[in-house]
Design a protein around this ligand. Structure first.
Ligand SMILES: Cc1cc2nc3c(=O)[nH]c(=O)nc-3n(C[C@H](O)[C@H](O)[C@H](O)COP(=O)(O)O)c2cc1C
Length: 192
């Protein structure tokens, strides 16, 4: 295991094989995630892992949210129904959906600390996953800001923040490396 190599070679996964990832491996992946730095050791990350038949209600809640937001029409026009079916098929082709959330702190500094730490948790998990040949896609989508969506999956939007939904499974194809901007272009060294 070479962490530097993995950091460079990990890619976001956009298409997944049907095969599920063994739950022990998923537990390992998130355990590595949890070694992320966490101020006051709050370990704020929480996970709802949707897989197998557990995906149906989650995906239905996403579609209802898209209809409320106006991204999908609410009518029963054949075109709308086709769009819903293809969205369901697309989401059902992803073996695991891990919704990552945390309890909001009213103090804005604490809130930022929690959010930052949860992001570190996610990246740690993505890197660990890559070591197990498991791919992830880190997603942030509009339904995460829909209070009714949160309610429909048993979360209270007043007290809970969804940080991301991770799409997880074995990659069908590894995405190309888009490269990165040389860090010198992002860095200013102040000596005096
Ligand atoms: C906070 C965050 C949200 C992201 N949301 C999405 C998303 O909704 N859809 C998507 O296709 N990729 C999403 N990505 C993945 C980025 O597009 C991806 O990391 C970037 O294109 C670089 O590709 P790589 O991860 O393969 O190096 C997200 C990444 C981050 C960090």
């Amino acid at each position: 295991m070479d962490i530097l190599k993995t950091m460079k070679e990990r890619r976001s996964t956009h298409t997944f094989k049907k095969e599920e990832v063994n739950s022990e491996i998923l537990k390992q992946i998130f355990t590595y995630g949890s070694y992320a730095p966490t101020h006051y050791m709050t370990e704020a990350w929480k996970i709802k892992l949707y897989q197998s038949k557990g995906r149906h209600a989650f995906i239905d809640a996403i579609i209802k949210s898209y209809q409320r937001i106006g991204m999908i029409k609410g009518d029963d026009d054949p075109k709308t129904l086709r769009m819903i079916d293809s969205m369901k098929d697309f989401l059902m082709a992803i073996p695991h959906h891990a919704l990552i959330y945390f309890e909001k702190d009213n103090d804005p500094i604490r809130y930022e600390e929690e959010y930052a730490s949860v992001a570190a948790f996610i990246q740690n998990a993505q890197l660990a996953a890559w070591e197990y040949d498991v791919g992830m896609l880190w997603t942030i989508t509009p339904y995460m800001h829909d209070p009714q969506f949160l309610a429909s999956i048993g979360l209270n939007s007043d007290t809970t923040k969804i940080a991301a939904v991770l799409q997880i499974g074995y990659p069908k194809k590894v995405s190309r490396d888009k490269g990165r901007t040389p860090i010198e272009q992002k860095m200013e060294i102040i000596k005096e």
